[in-house]
Write a protein that binds this ligand. Sequence first.
Ligand SMILES: *[C@@H]1O[C@H](CO)[C@@H](O)[C@H](O)[C@H]1NC(C)=O
Ligand SMILES: *[C@@H]1O[C@H](CO)[C@@H](O)[C@H](O)[C@H]1NC(C)=O
Length: 180
Amino acid sequence: MMMPKFTFLTTFFLLFTLILADGHDGHDGHDGHGNDGNPSDILAIRQTINLYPFIIDSKNYIALNTVFTQDVQANYSIALGFLNGLPALEAALSRPAPVQTMHTLSTQTIDITGDGTASAMTYVVAWFFGQGAFTGQFFNVFARYDDTLVKVHDHQWLINTRNVVFLAPFIGNLSIIPTS
Ligand SMILES: *[C@@H]1O[C@H](CO)[C@@H](O)[C@H](O)[C@H]1NC(C)=O
Ligand SMILES: *[C@@H]1O[C@H](CO)[C@@H](O)[C@H](O)[C@H]1NC(C)=O
């Protein structure tokens, strides 16, 4: 009686392992050796990506140069379109809107892809809170940041490409932003 059960479990485990391995090989063409970079590089990359919500939510757009390279290519898709270069990105992000935002980052992977290059995927839920007549109203955006980064100084990494992948419909009161 033990044998069939063991075989079933072994098969299940092997299948599961294969699925995981396939999932990992399936994105960005990594060599399967992600995260074996210097831990201080991983921390520096995480720090750079984490700065973005604080800058955006405090509307301190001038500090975006501590997150992105001057020649960043960012595709914000349906939200802001394709933005070529930091001035274009800064202009799009700082367009006045009568909302308070809170960008909350969560699940993340970081891979060192070469000497001074890395890629990262980060989930984000962004909250948009209405002001004035819309106080108490909000909507949510669910997305993933697919970033590549370059090491610019010994301890600093900057994002040089960002693709924003929207993962679900926007939920909430979209009329708090007049153009939506
Ligand atoms: C930006 O991303 C969208 C959605 O993935 C895609 O359809 C579009 O072609 C991209 N634009 C550029 C210029 O890469
Ligand atoms: C959005 O908020 C405004 C202001 O509170 C309200 O009048 C309107 O009904 C809301 N719309 C939706 C779809 O909830």
